[in-house]
Design a protein around this ligand. Structure first.
Ligand code: AHM
Ligand code: MG
Length: 335
């Protein structure tokens, strides 16, 4: 069978033996995410038709308005993973604290925890622009059969076992890595199956797209300001093209295919940056590195940062290797 006709289900089974830790548990976990993503996709696609969009009236821990689809996606992913008794703990960008699953049950031998941003970029839903789901999977560090603790979630990104995203775009795609390259699958909505459409995805080493919210320019660190000016200079391959959707998954996905850099630096308004280390930056960094790209906070490799809290934020620079290294050079020069 041609690899390109392979479904995600078949791909997971075929690659099961190459997973570093496998007992079939990680495969079941990825299958659950695949299933929940289909359910969420169905709802996201209906957003313009039914009165599901708009604020749910709640405010999440970061003080931001939650929209109904965020709540829906959050519930679906948590329900799917909890009911199937597949993980021992979940942390979500939409929840204040982590959720322990069957933690009092000594027979609970599930060894993985999942960290998830159920619907990233949700402010784009109202205007029919792509949103995404981001997930990150770790092996717990505390003993099996005991309640999970914060330590199980506050691991460095380099300890990730798998990470991925779903982009609900013109087509819906699931892209993930288990530390052995990055593969992308496109959903055929008529059949409800994902097919391997983008095997072995790679960031081009160089690119000509830069993605940053330039409205915050005057607030950016001087190194970032200078790098943006560098991107705009008329010299050689430059000026680069500016493309910013404001939906991390979509900006990242485009840059991985075409070659580019995404930046969410710190600013006066967001002194630590805006994006969350555990739910957004680490999984995207893992995918980037597995696809020959790079991710840093300007100085340090994202996956080397030791997290201290669940909802911690960091500056994020990610994309084609040579572009990220150039941005880092500008940052270092202005330290
Ligand atoms: P969210 O988790 O509240 O949706 O915020 C994350 C999103 C990213 O997808 C996107 O890249 C960024 O926030 C856009 O922020 P801004 O509108 O400040 O440029
Ligand atoms: Mg988010």
């Amino acid at each position: 069978m041609s690899k390109r006709n392979q479904t995600l289900g078949e791909f997971i089974i075929e690659n099961q033996t190459s997973f570093k830790y496998t007992s079939g548990e990680l495969s079941r976990l990825l299958n659950s995410i695949r299933l929940a993503a289909k359910v969420v996709n169905h709802e996201v696609n209906k957003a313009g038709l039914v009165d599901i969009i708009g604020n749910a009236g709640d405010t999440n821990i970061q003080g931001e308005d939650q929209q109904k689809l965020d709540v829906y996606a959050n519930e679906k992913f948590i329900q799917t993973l909890t009911k199937r008794n597949i993980v021992c703990g979940i942390a979500s960008e939409e929840e204040d604290d982590f959720i322990a699953i069957n933690s009092q049950d000594e027979n609970n031998q599930n060894k993985y925890v999942v960290l998830i941003d159920p619907l990233d970029g949700s402010s784009n839903i109202d205007v029919n622009v792509s949103v995404g789901t981001i997930f990150s999977i770790y092996r717990r560090v505390t003993p099996l059969g005991t309640p999970v603790t914060l330590d199980d979630f506050l691991q460095k990104g380099s300890a990730q076992v798998a990470a991925g995203y779903v982009v609900y775009g013109t087509s819906t795609m699931l892209v993930y890595t288990t530390g052995d390259g990055v593969n992308g699958f496109t959903l055929n909505p008529a059949i409800g199956s994902y097919y391997l459409s983008h095997p072995n995805m790679q960031f081009p080493e160089d690119g000509n797209i830069y993605s940053v919210n330039e409205g915050n320019y005057s607030d950016f660190p001087i190194g970032i300001k200078k790098y943006i000016k560098y991107c705009q200079e008329d010299e050689g391959e430059r000026p680069y093209t500016s493309r910013y959707i404001g939906s991390l998954v979509s900006d990242f996905h485009r840059n991985m295919i075409k070659g580019g850099i995404y930046m969410y630096p710190k600013s006066t308004k967001n002194p630590k940056g805006k994006l969350r280390l555990l739910y957004e930056c680490n999984p995207m960094a893992f995918i980037a590195e597995q696809a020959n790209g790079k991710a840093s906070d300007g100085f340090t490799r994202i996956m080397d940062i030791v997290p201290t809290e669940l909802h911690e934020r960091v500056p994020f620079i990610c994309g084609s290797k040579n572009m990220v290294e150039k941005a880092e050079e500008f940052m270092r020069n202005e330290e």
